[in-house]
Each structure stands twice: as C-alpha cells, then as structure tokens.
Design a protein around this ligand. Structure first.
Ligand code: ZN
Length: 109
C-alpha cells in the first residue's frame, strides 16, 4: 500500500484482495463511510462502522467487532462462501438469508 494513494479515511485506491475492494464499493454504494481498519488477529484492511448489523449492505463475508453502541464490520478475506441452515441443511450464498431460513443458526460449509 502506498501512503500517497490513501484517501482521507486511510483507504488505498485499491487493496490486493478483491474481496476488500468489493466491500469498500458495496459500503459506499449504500452511503456508508468505510475506512482503513486495524482489528483483531492482525487484521488490516477496510472496515465500516454501523449502529445495527442490518445497515451492512449485502456484501462479501464479514466479521465484526463490537464497538460500544455499534459495530465495526470488516471482510473475512473471502469473496464468497456457502452457508448451511442448521435446521434443514439447505445451502445459501448469503449468511443473512440462511439465518432466516429456519432460525436455527447457520454453519459455514
Ligand atoms: Zn432451514
């Protein structure tokens, strides 16, 4: 990452990981304000603060850290995953849809 290419939020023009770039693009497309984040487990890449998880756009798989009243979400690094409903074992590409299927929880396949 080249420091001269950072914007005001510390975001580079692009990341080496395409999932990170898609995350930034998806956040911007819904009016969120992503920034360069250093998180747990040596994570360094884009993150975004939201008050409620529902505000996160339908984007690449993310993890989150609790930040007092809200959350910071940031990509796991993978572009896509398959999630399995623990209730009926149907598979979904979107974790939130899988979660609502039987309300029995989801597993990453
Ligand atoms: Zn189900």
């Amino acid at each position: 990452m080249n420091d001269e290419d950072e914007d005001d939020n510390g975001l580079p023009k692009s990341y080496d990981n395409p999932a990170y770039d898609k995350f930034v693009e998806d956040c911007l497309s819904v009016g969120l304000d992503p920034y360069h984040y250093r998180g747990r487990n040596y994570y360094e890449g884009p993150g975004v603060n939201v008050d409620y998880p529902d505000e996160l756009p339908n984007t690449v798989p993310c993890q989150r850290d609790s930040m007092g009243m809200g959350f910071v979400f940031y990509p796991t690094g993978a572009l896509s995953r398959t999630y399995e409903c623990r209730g009926c074992q149907r598979e979904f590409g979107d974790r939130r849809i899988a979660k609502k299927c039987c309300n029995a929880g989801v597993a990453v396949v």
